[in-house]
Design a protein around this ligand. Sequence first.
Ligand code: ADP
Length: 426
Amino acid sequence: MDCNELDNISLVAKDHAENPRNFGMLSVFNGHARITGPCGDTMEFWLAIRNARVEQVSFVTDGCAPSLAAGSMATSLAQGKPIAEAMKIGQQDILNALGGLPTESEHCPLLASNTLKAACKNYLGIKPGGEEQLPSPTSGAKKPETSPKPGLNRKPQESQEHFEERLKLQDRMSSIRHKIVVMSGKGGVGKSTVAVNLATSLAMAGKKVGLLDVDIHGPSIPTMLGLEKSLLEEGEDGLLPVLQGNMKVMSIGFLLASQDDAVIWRGPRKMKVIQQFLSDVAWGELDYLIIDSPPGTGDEPLSVCQLIENPDGAVIVTTPQKVAAVDVRKSVTFCRQLNLPVIGLVENMAGFACPKCGEVTPILSSGAGRRLAADMDVKFLGAIPIDPAIASAGDNGEPFVDYFKTSPTAKIIKEIIQEVLDFNKS
Ligand code: ADP
């Protein structure tokens, strides 16, 4: 059939041939196949499988209109399906969905279905004629035997180096199930304290956790965990996070000879450091990555949120003072502009917890955080009092929720963390 002669095929097939869906290589994928059919046409499929479901699928073909229609329809049928069902999509299913094709083109849906099946098998680790291996939903991207078609997913004017770094970062992030950004409108409100205790609680609950400190101007996590003297090691696949029990920790502070380094970097240099830092860390598979973001709503947190790609949401930390309301509004607006869900608001340093009995005495007017959250239509996660034990735990490198498990303040923090976990479940 001539490419230009689309008149003899159904309207559905014509539409798919003229506007193929899901055309082009996926930048992050964990299943891939390319097959050349007896007619000489080549079909290539990429799959991004998550939780045994086809989250994204794409294809390319050098064939003519019916090949385009068949590949396009195969991707549309496979999208969102459990992998077991995607594997069963056959020639007839594609033909039916297209409303039929002329007999001489019926081999095209067969080629599409075979290539889709082969990509599923590639994901499952089934070699042609070989035994099935243990499926590993996040075993990392398997690269195609051929190099990607140049320029397919590269942004206009993006350098090859930048593009490759972006791919590397996406690849790393695809092995992490949940990414939570902890942010605040300004520094010193307890953002890192919340990030450390959130990550520690999750690790104590048996989750595989990474804690990432990208607070370029005040990377305090090494101090809070007693890891200031840690030396970074380079593994085969990139920088290895430092282990704190079973939690993996990476801080931009590990890379700075002195904290003044970051202060003298100008804007673009800072962004470059953040991007390179993010793409260099070899996290492996994680249940949660907790990200301690730079404070504010400027270029630095913006880069972090954009580079991390699809974080689950943000926890915003604030203090009870009236002036902090402005910062919270800015942070919530920032998240909304980025389509980043707000998990909720934590009010830190709300009242004073008596070191002897744990009773909380309000210092400033109480309830400001809750009112602000209601006003901004975000969830109020809880109020943490000023507790001298939090400050001393931070100074001594002891995660508070671990060292003061039974204190009333630790209980409050755990309730907040439960809210965050519930958000992830919903
Ligand atoms: P940020 O990350 O927002 O700059 P940090 O988490 O580093 O803030 O906290 C700043 C300081 O305040 C740290 O010394 C920390 O131990 C202390 N701190 C934070 N929250 C509390 C609290 N609820 N009670 C007592 N000290 C706190």
